[in-house]
Design a protein around this ligand. Structure first.
Ligand code: FMN
Length: 185
């Protein structure tokens, strides 16, 4: 985890009440600058609240991988694809993901983290394994919440937005990006 002077924790907008959000695709028909952003590194342990508190386990990327994101973009929620190498068969595919980059204002973290939730039921945990990701689009800023339930509800909407956004041809193509290790044909 890192905290840099040029990327210090901003005040998060506060979500005080339920706000209507749709789950339709966001962003242009294909990624535009600064996307795609390529990330990789061994999976780190976070505080573990994602799985326990939110029903949304996340894999943290190491500090060294953060400048690739933080120098070109802002804190917030993103979508793309990720792959865990050397995972069990079926768990090592290129899979849709949502990523939270920031300070988790609901939990008042002091350090910047990049946490990836891969939309897949893994057979076992994969701490220490190499994860590769390509970030393709932005969904929303990080928010503070009146309740854990409100945060969970927004994360579920983020996941649906990501699936709908990635379903477009200009995004689906990145599943086959050479950044990932693809099965030999
Ligand atoms: C798609 C997604 C969106 C998130 N949005 C927010 C947010 O708006 N505000 C916030 O405080 N945390 C947000 N989080 C981060 C969660 O608070 C974080 O994943 C949780 O604290 C688990 O971290 P831990 O495993 O390090 O404990 C989001 C996480 C994901 C996966």
């Amino acid at each position: 985890m890192v905290q840099t002077a040029e990327f210090a924790s901003p005040d998060a907008p506060f979500r005080t009440s339920r706000k209507l959000r749709t789950d339709t695709a966001v962003g242009p028909e294909a990624p535009v600058q600064p996307f795609p952003i390529y990330l990789s590194g061994p999976v780190q342990r976070g505080f573990g609240r994602g799985g326990k508190d939110l029903g949304c386990p996340t894999a943290n990327l190491p500090d060294e991988s953060l400048p690739a994101m933080s120098t070109v973009t802002q804190t917030g929620v993103y979508y793309g694809y990720a792959q865990v190498h050397d995972a069990e068969e079926g768990d090592n595919a290129v899979l849709p993901m949502v990523m939270s980059l920031g300070y988790n204002p609901f939990y008042k973290n002091k350090q910047l983290t990049a946490e990836i939730h891969i939309m897949h039921e893994f057979k076992s945990d994969f701490y220490g394994k190499e994860m590769k990701a390509v970030v393709l689009g932005y969904i929303r800023p990080e928010l503070d919440y009146v309740s854990r339930e409100a945060l969970i509800e927004d994360i579920e909407i983020d996941k649906r937005i990501a699936i709908n956004s990635l379903g477009r041809c200009g995004y689906e193509a990145y599943k086959m990006d050479p950044h990932f290790i693809l099965p030999k044909l």
